[in-house]
Ligand binder design. Structure first.
Ligand SMILES: Cc1cc2nc3c(=O)[nH]c(=O)nc-3n(C[C@H](O)[C@H](O)[C@H](O)COP(=O)(O)OP(=O)(O)OC[C@H]3O[C@@H](n4cnc5c(N)ncnc54)[C@H](O)[C@@H]3O)c2cc1C
Length: 361
């Protein structure tokens, strides 16, 4: 029997709990300050699109590679999970090509020419010259998926509960305190730290490499014929302020998420109305099919404005084990803008690390 406390009920914590709960002998409590259903600036998961647009370079692609088959299976076989397949178009602007070729452009590997993920998706193809808008040097198209996170997170909680996982509200001051929060009253053998951005503040961790990357979005009722993103906003002032452009329609009436911003080190929780107006304008330019022929951004029907903070970590996500003050901890945090699309790969590593710790006992 292995008693486990997972701190955090975002996609990283709940997916870890879910995969751990499938292993015989694991008894799991999830403790979190925020739960699915909450909207809070300290809680990234409800703000995500969330789609699958690979961000990693090939050498770091294992988590995203491993997660895609499960997302695809859920989209095709499990309608109640709230995921659907959606065609995606990516454009690489002429002016960004030099940086993209160096491999360090915004969104890491996403806009690479000849990307590693071209063999991951079933129907990847490069666009022909006649399919490219003005100023765009090249682009590609592939079948990806979009997750309605409002349906998906409760679905994940339900899967965990069906496997006996207990969910409790709580605020943990020091990661080692987690060991005293197991629902059985026994000390936990392992604490999983899935605290996202707050790993920068949690006692025993205080990871200074974790920083917010602010994402402002607008959710609209209009549906897009496909998902799309472009390598830069195409407006120098907006780009200098970290503005980006992407469109994704969530499954099952979840609306379409129009993005957005990618603003490192910024904590403001309130949407900027001027930025929102630019997001709407650029979204319609990118995907004209969002609105009726001839209409402009005024034809977008807004559900809400929002801001989430991506839990970015310099040097990459931290998925490893550590003994903190005599308590075994498995860390799973720092996933930036790709926490959903790498969630199963990372959670599989958590399962393996918990297994290693159990074997030490
Ligand atoms: C605008 C935007 C768009 C995005 N789009 C995508 C996308 O398209 N695809 C994709 O894959 N990802 C996307 N992301 C990224 C994704 O949302 C994150 O990577 C992911 O949600 C991180 O999940 P997490 O569980 O690690 O952290 P969080 O969701 O932030 O959860 C952290 C949990 O830890 C708890 N916690 C923290 N500290 C404590 C404490 N001391 N005590 C108790 N509980 C604590 C919190 O209450 C919470 O439950 C996007 C993010 C944003 C903001």
């Amino acid at each position: 029997m292995t008693n486990i406390v997972v701190i955090g009920a975002g996609v990283s914590g709940i997916t870890s709990a879910y995969l751990l709960s499938k292993q015989k002998g694991n008894v799991i409590t999830v403790v979190a300050k925020h739960m699915p259903g909450d909207y809070d600036i300290e809680y990234a998961s409800p703000w995500a699109g969330a789609n699958v647009l690979p961000m990693s370079h090939e050498k770091d692609s294992r988590w995203e590679r491993r997660t895609w088959p499960e997302i695809k299976r859920l989209a095709t076989e499990v309608p109640e999970a709230g995921i659907h397949l959606q065609q995606t178009i990516l454009y690489r602007r002429e002016k960004d090509l030099e940086e993209i070729r160096k491999g360090g452009y915004n969104f890491d590997g996403l806009f690479a020419e000849d990307p590693w993920y071209k063999t991951l998706f079933d129907n990847y193809r490069e666009l022909g010259p006649s399919e490219l808008p003005a100023g765009v040097a090249s682009g590609c198209e592939f079948g990806s998926a979009c997750i309605n996170v409002m349906l998906y997170l409760p679905w994940l909680v339900g899967q965990c509960r069906a496997n006996g996982v207990v969910f409790r509200r709580g605020r943990v001051g020091h990661v080692a305190e987690g060991a005293g929060l197991h629902h059985t009253g026994a000390a936990a053998d392992v604490v999983v730290n899935a605290t996202g951005l707050l790993a920068s503040q949690l006692g025993g961790v205080r990871d200074a490499a974790v920083v917010p990357v602010r994402g402002q979005v607008v959710v609209v009722r209009n549906e897009a014929p496909h998902m799309a993103a472009v390598s830069s906003a195409g407006d120098a002032a907006a780009e200098a302020d970290g503005e980006v452009t992407y469109v994704m329609t969530r499954a099952a009436g979840g609306g379409t998420v129009l993005g957005g911003t990618y603003q490192r080190g910024r904590w403001e929780s309130q949407p900027d109305p001027n930025c929102a107006a630019r997001i709407l304008r650029r979204a319609v330019a990118l995907v004209p099919g969002l609105v009726p022929p001839g209409a402009g951004p005024e034809a977008l029907d807004i559900v809400r404005h929002g801001v989430g903070l991506r839990p970015y970590r310099d040097g990459g996500a931290r998925v490893e084990r550590e003994n903190v003050a005599g308590v075994w901890v498995v860390h799973n945090y720092g996933h930036g803008g790709w926490g959903y699309q790498a969630s199963y790969g990372c959670a599989e590593d958590v399962v393996a690390l918990v297994g290693e710790i159990a074997a030490l006992a």
